[in-house]
Write a protein that binds this ligand. Structure first.
Ligand code: NAG
Ligand code: NAG
Ligand code: NAG
Length: 479
């Protein structure tokens, strides 16, 4: 019957294909200008350090100097003392990537000089101030086949407009010589080296870092979340958006989800550094994955009933409303097996996350030899709503159940008034099922965060078809 209903749901094969090839994201991450500004602070501080490690080659050559003739010069032991990037900005450029603009950067370096002309040799040291350095870098984001982000620098330019040299030496014309040599040669070298260093840092550091995105987040030994990119990250005029699959799956047997995500109408909020949009699809696949993995099956036995609950799980107690129990299974312990015949389908609306699960409760009598006799099967349904929050980079939740409706699906001990079971089921639900589920939900599910990112200032909003989480970000440097 299950197979048949799948076939019917798909109808024509073309419809099935249409369902599976849609690439709407189940989860969207948006980095706003505020987030880019924060990233810029972190990235620039790191780039400053990298640039200060630039190694410059020795420079030598011959030059003609008026009234002196041919001069052979050498600049050696060139050493950058520091590199300052006081003004920078990262801006998203629609459909292109991120533009990093650095202006008025400056650097200081020193080295030794040596000259030879006629039969004279002289040498000394010099200090150099390089000012008004402008660097423009375009960062292009992409995604690889595993859905991890990639980053490259298709475009980089560095321009130095001012070089000031201070050197020790007696010869006045030396200043002019050095000035022109340094102007023309050192400047070029430095301009090229800066872009090489930038490209290397982006590749080695930034790309390595952004690839810490957990595209497959393993949650426990049964379930994972697929956070792979379904498309390269998109720059808009105001943000950088990453469309992720956002799908829970069973580790043991992943199968295609029989429906696809609806488009996610992201809001234009921009106060927080980062926003996460988790669609109904994301939550529903959680229901499917847990259902498939057999994780939504609970056994309730006498031993598990909390001490403060005045209730015994045995046939003597239940024979009060099922008289047949007394004669068929006198004075025997019982147990309940709670399961979901179908995966719960969760929806997100403006009022929150809700679902109407169907829950089966099969009651058994337990023989002295531990074999089980099926007694009756109850079907439960009710409105469940979820409260959502974020803690330690994880979505956490807790469920609340409205009035539970009972019906008798099957019975080996005759029919009875299920109404009589209402308070019992309420007790079991509120004292055993919900606390167990909520304890699990309180451990939470990881958000797709890069390494060493902490969230604060959390905002939780429900919209039609998706949950919006906003947060500010803090990068924890490695200790
Ligand atoms: C069943 O519960 C009743 C009421 O608490 C108790 O008196 C009886 O001993 C229990 N029987 C078994 C087999 O546990
Ligand atoms: C366990 O006991 C019941 C009742 O005495 C009996 O019907 C059943 O066959 C026994 N099962 C096993 C596996 O011995
Ligand atoms: C669940 O909620 C819907 C709408 O809010 C309502 O019509 C329905 O009766 C509720 N079901 C139960 C079992 O309370």
């Amino acid at each position: 019957m299950g197979m048949q209903s799948v076939a019917v749901a798909c109808g024509a094969l073309t419809l099935c294909l249409a369902l599976t090839t849609a690439t709407n994201p189940g989860f969207v991450v948006r980095i706003t200008q505020a987030g880019l500004d924060y990233a810029q602070q972190q990235a620039i501080a790191s780039l400053e350090k990298k640039l200060a490690q630039l190694r410059l080659p020795d420079i030598s050559g011959d030059s003609r100097v008026l009234r002196v003739g041919k001069v052979h010069y050498e600049l050696s032991r060139l050493r950058l003392r520091d590199f300052h990037l006081p003004y920078s900005r990262i801006t998203p450029i629609s459909n292109k990537g991120l533009q990093v603009s650095i202006s008025n950067a400056f650097a200081e370096l020193d080295g030794d000089w040596r000259v030879k002309f006629l039969f004279i040799r002289d040498h000394g040291s010099f200090d150099l101030k390089v000012e008004n350095i402008y660097i423009k870098i375009l960062l292009r984001l992409g995604s690889d086949t595993s859905g991890k982000p990639t980053i490259s620098t298709p475009d980089c330019s560095a321009h130095i407009s001012k070089v000031r040299v201070l050197f020790s030496g007696k010869l006045g014309w030396l200043y002019n010589l050095f000035h022109s040599v340094i102007e023309s040669r050192l400047r070029k070298i430095l301009e090229n080296k800066v872009c090489d260093k930038v490209a290397m840092s982006v590749y080695n550091e930034l790309q390595t870092y952004i690839r810490t995105l957990p595209v497959t987040a393993r949650i426990d030994n049964k379930i994972g979340i697929d956070y792979s990119l379904v498309a390269p990250p998109r720059a808009t005029t105001k943000s950088l958006d990453a469309d992720l699959k956002g799908e829970f799956y069973s580790l043991a047997h992943r199968s295609p989800v029989p429906f696809s995500p609806l488009p996610l109408a992201f809001t234009s909020d921009h106060e927080r550094m980062v926003y996460f949009g988790a669609s109904s699809y994301f939550f529903s696949t959680a229901g499917i994955a847990y259902h498939k993995a057999g994780a939504l099956v609970f056994e309730i036995t006498e031993a598990m009933i909390p001490k403060d609950v005045e209730f015994k799980l045995n046939t003597s107690v239940f024979s009060a409303f099922i008289p047949q129990l007394e004669e068929k299974y006198p004075n025997m312990p019982m147990k309940f097996r709670v399961s979901t015949p179908t995966a719960p389908f969760l929806t997100v609306g403006e009022g929150g996350i809700s679902f109407q699960p169907i829950v089966d409760v099969q009651a058994y009598a337990i023989f002295p030899n531990s074999s089980l006799a099926p007694l009756f099967l109850l079907s439960l349904t009710g409105n469940v709503s979820a409260v959502i929050n974020v803690r330690s980079g994880r979505i956490i939740g807790s469920l609340d159940v409205g009035r539970i409706r009972l019906s008798l699906k099957d019975s080996a001990v005759g029919t009875f008034q299920v109404r009589m079971m209402q308070s019992l089921i309420n007790i079991l639900t509120s004292n055993m099922l919900l606390p167990r589920l909520n304890a699990r939900l309180d451990e939470g599910f990881p958000l797709p965060l890069l390494d060493r990112i902490q969230l604060s200032n959390i905002l939780v909003r429900f919209h039609q078809n998706f949950l919006l989480l906003g947060a500010d970000v803090r990068f924890q440097p490695r200790r």
